[in-house]
Design a protein around this ligand. Structure first.
Ligand SMILES: [Zn+2]
Ligand SMILES: [Zn+2]
Length: 381
C-alpha cells in the first residue's frame, strides 16, 4: 500500500497549513484560532463537526452501514517558550512556540479529513478529535467530561506523536506501556520557629525534611522490582528566610514517573510511609498532598497498529522494541475508556528534542501519519 497517493498529491497544501499553525502557536485550552482554521478546512471538505471540551472539536464521517466507530485524536497546543529557529514560518509570537510538534499532529488529521471527504467506502464511522490543552492543561479530561464517550460510541481510538531520535520513515509501536504516568506531590513540614541559637526551644523542621528527601530517594532503588522502571525527583524545597532563625514551615515538591500502575501504587504508598515516619521521628507535622496527574499510557491494540504500519512503511520500518518514554501524555486518559494504540512516527535522527527551542515537526510525517490512519480504517472498518 505504501503512502497514500491522494494525500501525497496534496502535501504542499498541508505543509502550508502546518506552517501557518506553526507561525501562530496557541497555549493550553486557548486554541481558538487553530480551531477556526481546522473548522474552515472541514467546511471546505463538507465534513460536519461539533465543539467538545474547551476549544476542542470532533468531526464525524459516516461510511457505509456498519456499527464500528474508529476515532483518531491529535493535539493542537503549543508551549510557553521562545523559538530559536529562523526559517520563514517561525513563531510570530515571542514566548510561544510549537516545540512539541502539535502543529504537525493537527495538520496530519486535516490531511486525513481531506482524504475521507472523497473516500467513504468503509463500513462504519470515523471520528476525528482535535484536542486542546495536552501540555498539562487537562484538555483530554475536558473532552471526556463533556461526554465524548456518551455522545459517541468509540470502539477504538488511535493517536501518534512525532518522535525525535527515531529515523524519518519509521513507526514505533509499543506492546503495552508506551508513555509513563505522572504524579506530583507536595509535603508541608511544620515545626516551631525561633532563634537559631536556641534550637532546644524550637522544633526544627529541616532534620525531618532532610530525612524525607533521603528516604524518598531510596524508594526507586530499594522498593521497586529491578525489572520495572520508575523515576522520583525532588523538584523544589523552600523554607526559612532568616540567617539566624529557624522557620516554622518547609515545603518540598516532587515528581514521579512509572510505566506500571502497580509500581505507581507502590511509590505512592512508600512516599506516604517516608513522610509519616520522618514526622514521627522528629515530632513535627508533615502534610502530604499526592496527586495523580496522568495515568500510564497503555496500548491495548498494538497488533492493529503494527499491521497498519507495515502496510504504510514496510515491515523493516516498524520498530517494536523501543523503551517506553518516561514523559506523560494525556491520551492515556482516553485509553481508560476504549481500546486503541498510540504510535511514534520518526521525526528524524538529527531532530532537535521535543520542547527544545530549535525543534521543528518533520513535514514528511504528515503523509505517513495520514496513510497510517487510513490503513487502520482499512483494518477495522
Ligand atoms: Zn509536549
Ligand atoms: Zn506533545
Amino acid at each position: 500500500m505504501g503512502l497514500n497517493s491522494e494525500v501525497v498529491a496534496l502535501l504542499d497544501e498541508f505543509k502550508a497549513i502546518r506552517h501557518q499553525i506553526h507561525q501562530n502557536p496557541e497555549i493550553g485550552l486557548e486554541t481558538v484560532n487553530t480551531v477556526k482554521l481546522v473548522k474552515s478546512k472541514l467546511d471546505e471538505y463538507s465534513i460536519p463537526y461539533k465543539d467538545i471540551g474547551v476549544n476542542s472539536l470532533v468531526a464525524e464521517i459516516k461510511g457505509n452501514a456498519g456499527d464500528t466507530t474508529v476515532a483518531f485524536r491529535v493535539d493542537m497546543d503549543a508551549l510557553e517558550m521562545s523559538e530559536e529557529n529562523d526559517f520563514a514560518y517561525k513563531s510570530q509570537f515571542e514566548g510561544r512556540m510549537h516545540a512539541c510538534g502539535h502543529d504537525g499532529h493537527c495538520t496530519s488529521l486535516i490531511a486525513l479529513a481531506a482524504y475521507l471527504a472523497k473516500n467513504r467506502d468503509f463500513n462504519g464511522t470515523v471520528l476525528l478529535l482535535f484536542q486542546s490543552g495536552e501540555e498539562g492543561y487537562e484538555g483530554a479530561l475536558r473532552v471526556i467530561e463533556d461526554g465524548f464517550f456518551d455522545k459517541y460510541k468509540v470502539d477504538y481510538l488511535f493517536g501518534f506523536h512525532g518522535w525525535p531520535g527515531l529515523a524519518s520513515g519509521k513507526i514505533a509501536v509499543h506492546n503495552g506501556a508506551c508513555m509513563a504516568s505522572e504524579d506530583r506531590f507536595e509535603v508541608h513540614v511544620t515545626g516551631k520557629s525561633g532563634h537559631a541559637s536556641m534550637p532546644h526551644v524550637c522544633n526544627e523542621p529541616f532534620a525531618a525534611v532532610a530525612d524525607i528527601i533521603k528516604g524518598l530517594q531510596t524508594i526507586v532503588a530499594r522498593k521497586i522490582p529491578s525489572h520495572e522502571r520508575g523515576v522520583l525527583s525532588i523538584t523544589q524545597v523552600h523554607g526559612g528566610s532568616l540567617r539566624n532563625g529557624i522557620p516554622d514551615n518547609v515545603m518540598l515538591q516532587g515528581n514521579v514517573r512509572t510505566c506500571n500502575e502497580d509500581v505507581q501504587d507502590l511509590i505512592e504508598e512508600s512516599v506516604a510511609q517516608v513522610v509519616k515516619g520522618a514526622a514521627t521521628i522528629y515530632g513535627v507535622e508533615a502534610e502530604l498532598d499526592y496527586i495523580r496527574k496522568h495515568p500510564v499510557l497503555v496500548n491495548s491494540t498494538p497488533e492493529v497498529a503494527i499491521k497498519a504500519a507495515q502496510k504504510v512503511v514496510g515491515l523493516e520500518n516498524v520498530v517494536t522494541d523501543m523503551e517506553s518514554s518516561m514523559a506523560a501524555e494525556d491520551y492515556a486518559f482516553f485509553m481508560k475508556h476504549t481500546r486503541g494504540c498510540y504510535v511514534w512516527i520518526g521525526n528524524g535522527l538529527d531532530s532537535a528534542p521535543l520542547h527544545n527551542s530549535k525543534f521543528d515537526f518533520n513535514d514528511d510525517i504528515m503523509p505517513i501519519a495520514a496513510s497510517f490512519f487510513i490503513a487502520v480504517i482499512d483494518e477495522l472498518l
